[in-house]
Design a protein around this ligand. Sequence first.
Ligand code: CMP
Ligand code: CMP
Length: 447
Amino acid sequence: MPLSDEQKLEYELYQKEVERHDPSDLLQFSANYFNKRLEQQRQFMKNQEAFAMSKGITLFGKPSRSESVVAASSSLGGKGCGEKDVLFKSPFADQDPHSTHENENLSSERSSQSGSGVGLFKGDFKVGMEGSKRVKSPLDPHSGNSGDSRRRGNVNHQPLPLNFNAGRRTSVSGETFQPNNFDDWTPSHYSEKSEEQLKRLAKSIGRNFLFNKLDDDNKRLVINSLEEKSVKKGTEIIKQGDEGDYFYVVEEGTVNYLVDNKLVNSSGAGTSFGELALMYNSPRVATVVAATDCILWALDRITFRKILLGSSFKKRLMYDELLKSIPILQSLTTYDRAKLADALDTEFYEPGQVIVHEGDVGENFYLIEYGECEVSKKGQGVVAQLKSHDYFGEVALLNDLPRQATVTAKTKTKVATLGKSGFQRLLGPVVDVLKLNDPTRKGHDTK
Ligand SMILES: Nc1ncnc2c1ncn2[C@@H]1O[C@@H]2COP(=O)(O)O[C@H]2[C@H]1O
Ligand SMILES: Nc1ncnc2c1ncn2[C@@H]1O[C@@H]2COP(=O)(O)O[C@H]2[C@H]1O
């Protein structure tokens, strides 16, 4: 049976974390990882359930005895695990559902560090950032916003029973995102937007390609999970090096992006930012400052990961490992790589199929995900062999020439393709190296 999108995403996230950390004890690492994921997911469900209950809606029935047993045993998976190995630091450290049963010291240490309140997103987002100090964003939509605190007042912050949501597939939350379930369900930070807000959002969000990939129900869920925030010119919205908490969409105004205090970019209405730290569980790669007074919409990390990551950022997840493993692309930053991934497409070729014809106009650049290819030239025969993680098709694009050789798949081949405009726009940082390695240059035999 094919995996659901939710299962694929979960699997891809796990795989990436393993590749990123290359643990010496895979089983221990995996036990820690999934224990933390389970905690996060239970907490998420708990908040949803509490909110739904406050509206008189029952989301889940009582778990069966067998579910309780599964839960109890899974919760023990983390017992005795070294904190050093724990990848996903619970964003709800002070509300850790297992805190009364295990890791007492860890839990109290975390909450004393964070000093965070009970608000859903006030916890320390110590995600994969051992020992780093979270600098609380002055823009935290939950900081000092009286409307918000009233909305969240209904959330039950009692420790979770060990069997909470036990034994359910991790896609339970995915199931609740199914269209038919929407009538019964709202996430805890959900707030229906006014007509006036919806009109404005339709404009700003309508311009953002990320939201076009969502179906109507997920779009509605995201829209109602967004929190409006006005910021004055000069406000630091995100600080480079901090942990990720929110993803932002700009409704009005302009923001500047600074890397190591140097202005690298700016963007205006309809654009979004702050996704990288949330996607990769990594520190913020840039500082973002309001260049004018701005109206922003903030989406919390969990809704971002639950809904946007698997749809709008699917390509980034899909191509991330490939792009990281291609030597010529090593100099790209996380941001460059993410933008490149957005522009890629996939093509498959059978053995013997020609991918590029000598003499044709060049339209694409190719990265070989897997497979072997042969490069041949009229009158010369085979001049080069290509394998996984090699590239081809750059000569025509770099020099505005027809294709200088024919490239044929020798085995089943999967390539990622980048169109000409993307090549020029996104590969700027590697053009010099591509030119240096040009196989048609005098004195250059093969790549
Ligand atoms: N040129 C750039 N380099 C790095 N980050 C950028 C750039 N332009 C925009 N950004 C955004 O700045 C954000 C800072 O926080 P994140 O790292 O989460 O995600 C980053 C991107 O969304
Ligand atoms: N010796 C070679 N001569 C020409 N092209 C080569 C050679 N070796 C590899 N190639 C690749 O084959 C591709 C054919 O299309 P391009 O000319 O766009 O770019 C070319 C290179 O990427």
